[in-house]
Write a new protein. Sequence first.
Length: 265
Amino acid sequence: MKFGMVIDLSRCVGCGSCAFACKAENNTRNRAGGQSYNWADFLMHSEGTFPNTRHMVMPVLCNHCDDAPCIKVCPGNKEKAGKGKPYKALFKTPEGITLHDPELCVGCGDCQRIGCPYSHEKLGPSSLDGETYSVISLNAMDEETQPFWADKTSAIPGGTSSGAEVSARAGTRIPAMTVWQAGDLQPIRKDDVVEKCTFCYHRTLNGLQPACVEVCPAQARIFGDKDDPNSKIAQILKKEKSFRLKEEKGTKPNVHYIGKYSPRA
C-alpha cells in the first residue's frame, strides 16, 4: 500500500476550501515570523495587463516523497528514543506517509532549511502573493504557538472580546479546536518543533479522506492507494499524463498533478 494524491488542475477553481479545511482540521495557527503554518497552500502567478491577463493557481502541500530528504537530514534524538529504537523525528509509515514525532524533534529546522526542496527557512513578502511557499513550518522556541488566542488585548476595549477571553469562554485553548478521540495525537503543536501535512493520517488510517479532499467542491483532489490497480488514483495515473514538482531533485513525490488550470468567470 502506498498513499498518494492527484490534483486535477483543470478542475481546481482556486477557491481555497482545501486550505480552510486543513487549518480547521489540524488547528494550525496564523502566519508569523516568516512561517506560514499552511499545511495546504498555493502557488499563484498572474501576468499581462487587463483585459489581456492570465492567472494560474496550483495547490501545494507536503509531497510525502519516497526518497524524503527531510528524513535523511533529521538528527532526531537518540538519547530520548532509547538504545536501539527509531530516533528520527521524521519517519515513514507503512503506507508511505511522511510523519513527524514532536517528542523526538530537537527544533533544529534542518528538514526545512537544508532538507526539503519544497520549503524555505523564512518566507518573505513574495509568499503573500503566492510566489513562494514552505511545506514545513517551525514553531519558535519559548514562544506561544497559538498567540492570537492567548492575546489579552481587544480591538475596542470594553466593546469587543480579546482572543484570550473568547478562548476562555469556549473552554479550550482555541475556540474551534479539533480534538481526536484516540488521544495519541496532540491537537496543538508545542514550541521548538516543526510541523507539516500528515495526509490527515488520523483520518486516512480510519478509512476517511483527508480534509482537503473531502471539502473540495470541484472534486479536484483524488486520494488513495497508488499500489491498488483498482483504486481511482491508480487508474487516473495510468490513464492521464501527470507531473510532479521538482522531479529533477529525485525525491519521488507522491503528489501528482494532471490537467491545466483554467480561470473561471
